[in-house]
Design a protein around this ligand. Structure first.
Ligand SMILES: *[C@@H]1O[C@H](CO)[C@@H](O)[C@H](O)[C@H]1NC(C)=O
Length: 282
């Protein structure tokens, strides 16, 4: 059952009604929930807060971040990426805490020449340390329509999803000495900037400034959090809090990893001649 009222939407499964107080869900409004942090008028909010655009020109890119911080939750955002020749541009959408030993969960979208595939670059930083890249092509053109990019972050794991298909799972490896983000609340950030020194074919293809400004669009920002601890006491109150992917999601994850994954640090022998990082065994 779903009901909406004044932009506040809550989706409650009748069967878990009793437990619903453990979960807080709302549809985001960019006016109320985000701050433009960079690029002045290059970032714009439209449609009463439902749509946001970022743009990049030769002088500057732009960015925004959530007003609130979150500790665990499910974050969904719909993005329509820079269309046409987007080579050299990078659109980011990530969660991050602050400080030297910050945690971070990253989606970055590396643009390309018209008709050539974007790369979705993912990374996880824990206690200030990243170097955990995985990259993917997408199974659709991300510039034609909005698609949903999500992060599920619970104490058991972090899952990256595209249109509800899991593309990456980062498991909690504390039992084997790998720090996991669990104490530092994170904000949601997004930006569009020029990275033509590395983004497209490793920096070979430069940004074509005659095509500027470059624009990416955001809508349907949604955050669901667990009030309280977001751990075993509440894991059954919503499917996303489950510690297990269902059989269908596991099949989809394997399908993506087999057909669309183009880089995985856990298989990069050249980079880790002394042995892979411990979490690669999980
Ligand atoms: C751009 O297209 C080329 C050629 O298809 C491909 O090798 C590359 O991975 C694509 N993406 C980026 C971001 O360079």
């Amino acid at each position: 059952m779903a009901f909406c009222n004044n932009g506040l939407c809550m989706v409650l499964l009748v069967s878990v009604m009793v437990k619903s107080s453990l979960m807080v869900a709302y549809g985001g409004n960019f006016y109320q929930d985000s701050d433009i942090t960079w690029g002045d008028q290059r970032a714009k909010v439209f449609n009463g807060g439902q749509l946001l655009s970022l743009s990049l020109d030769k002088t500057s890119g732009s960015g925004f971040r959530s007003k609130k911080e979150y500790l665990f939750g499910r974050i969904d955002m719909q993005l329509k990426l820079v269309a046409g020749n987007s080579a050299g541009t990078v659109t980011t959408y990530y969660l991050s805490s602050e400080g030297l030993t910050h945690d971070e969960i990253d989606f970055e979208f590396l643009g390309n020449l018209t008709g050539d595939p974007y790369i979705v670059h993912t990374n996880v930083f824990t206690q200030g340390k990243g170097n955990r890249e995985q990259q993917f092509y997408l199974w659709f053109d991300p510039t034609k329509n909005f698609h949903t990019y999500s992060v599920i972050w619970i104490p058991h794991h972090i899952i990256f999803l595209v249109d509800n298909t899991p593309i990456r799972v980062f498991k909690n490896g504390e039992s084997i000495g790998v720090p996991f983000p669990k104490n530092q609340p994170m904000r949601i950030y997004s930006s569009l900037w020029n990275a033509d020194d590395w983004a497209t074919r490793g920096g070979l293809v430069k940004t074509d400034w005659t095509k500027a400004p470059f624009t990416a669009y955001y809508r349907n920002f949604n955050v669901q959090t667990c009030s309280g601890t977001c751990s075993t006491s509440s894991f059954s109150s919503a499917a996303w809090q489950s510690q297990e992917l269902d059989a269908y999601s596991r099949r989809r994850l394997r399908w993506v990893q087999k057909n669309f994954m183009i880089y995985n640090y856990c298989t990069d022998f050249k980079r880790f001649p002394q042995g892979f990082p411990p979490e690669c065994r999980l």
